[in-house]
Design a protein around this ligand. Sequence first.
Ligand SMILES: [Zn+2]
Length: 429
Amino acid sequence: MGAINSLFHLIKLEKRLYWSVERLEELRHVKLAALLTYCYENIPYYREQFKTIAAQPGDFNDFEDLSRFPILEKETLRERSEEFLNPQTNRAKLIHYRSSGSTGIPLDLWYHPSERLRMGFTVTRELLFNGHKPWHSIVNVTEPRHSSPKNRWYHRLGLMKERFLSVYDNTELNLDRLAEIQPELLIGFPSVLLLIGEQLQNTGRLSWRPRLLFTLAEVLTQSYRENLKRCWGIEPIDMYGANEVGHIAFQCSQRNGYHINADSVHVEIIKDGKQVADGERGEVVVTNFDLRAMPIIRYRVGDVAEKIAGGCSCGCNFPIMGNVAGRSDGFIVGENGKIYSALEISLLLKAVKGIKQFRLIQKQFNQVMVEYRPAADNHNPENGISRILKDRLGESVDLKFSKVNEIPRESSGKIRTVISELKHPYGSD
Ligand SMILES: [Zn+2]
C-alpha cells in the first residue's frame, strides 16, 4: 500500500470511531455477507461447515444467525490449518506466522501482507485515539517474534517510529536502553513494565517518563494497574488482541471496559453455548470480517470476559465489552463452587503485605499450589496468604507453598498468575 493510500486508509479508520451506531451496523452487515460468501466459495473448511448445517451465505441475515455456525476451536485451526487457506492462493505471497501457542503446541497462521498492514493500522488507531502523536517515539517491550521493524514511508519521515526490546532481556539492560531512547510511548506486558518500573524507582536515575503507557497480552489486574501507576506516574491503557484475529478491543481514557473494534471484528461472549446476559461472564468468541488468507469465523480465543451494556462518554461509538478476567483455564474454584479469576485473586492478595509476585496453580479440586516471590528475603507472607485464600476458597482447601526467585514465563513470553488444571468452568462441554 502506497503512502497516500495508507494515509487515506488510516484517516478512514479513525473517522469510523465517531460513526453513528446505525452506520457502523450497516458496514458490519456488508462485511459479514462478503466474508461468508468468500468462505463459502473458496475455503474448504467453511464449505464443509455450510454443508453440515445445510446453509448458504444468503441465509445469514443478522448476527444472531451466526450462532448457527459451529464454534471454531484452537485445536481445529491447528490440526486442519491447510483447509483454512484458499487452494488458489499463491502461498509464496503470504506471510507465515507461527504462534507460540498457549499450550506449547504452535499454531500456523497465514496473512496477506495487506492484512498485516491493516492490523497494524488498527493498533495505530487505538494509540492515536488515546493521545499518541505520530511524531512521538514508541518502544515496545515484547516477545522477540513480535518485533518487526519496518521501513515504511512514514518511518522514513520519522513518524510512528517503533523500537523493540525483548521481554527476556535483563531488566537493567532494558532500562538502560529506555534511558537512551526516552520514548514518549511505552508498550508492553504488565509484568515486564512493572519490573522495569520498579527498577526505575529503585535506582531513581531517570528524569524522563513516557507520556503514555499501553499494556497488552496479560490480564491487567487492579494491582498491576496501581503499581504501574505508582512506578511510572501514569495510568496504563490496556489493549486486547490475539494473533489469530488481530486487535479485538481497547480501553479509552474512561477505562470503562474496552471498545470493540467493531468495524473489523464481531465479538460474542458465550457460556454453555449461549450468549450471556449483561453483567455475566463467558468465553470470548471472535469473527474477523477482513481476513481472507486465513478467514476466522466464530473462533474461541480462550479468554473469559464480561458482557456489559451501555456506551461510553469518550466520543467513540464503538460498543463496549467488559474486562477480560483471564484465560479460560485461569480460574480457581472454591469448595462452594465459587469461581475466582486472576483479577479477583490479585485483588484479594493485595491485602497481604510483602508479596512481590505470585502464581496460583489449582492442581485438583481443593488443592492449590501457591508460588510467591517475597518482597524481602526475611519476610514470610504465607500466613497472610493462607488466611485470605481459606476465607474465600474454603477451610478445607489444601495450600502448598513454594518460595521462588522468579515466576516463569510461558512460551509466549507472558506470565500467568492463575492456572487451573481442572476442567474449565466456562466451556460448552
Ligand atoms: Zn470510551
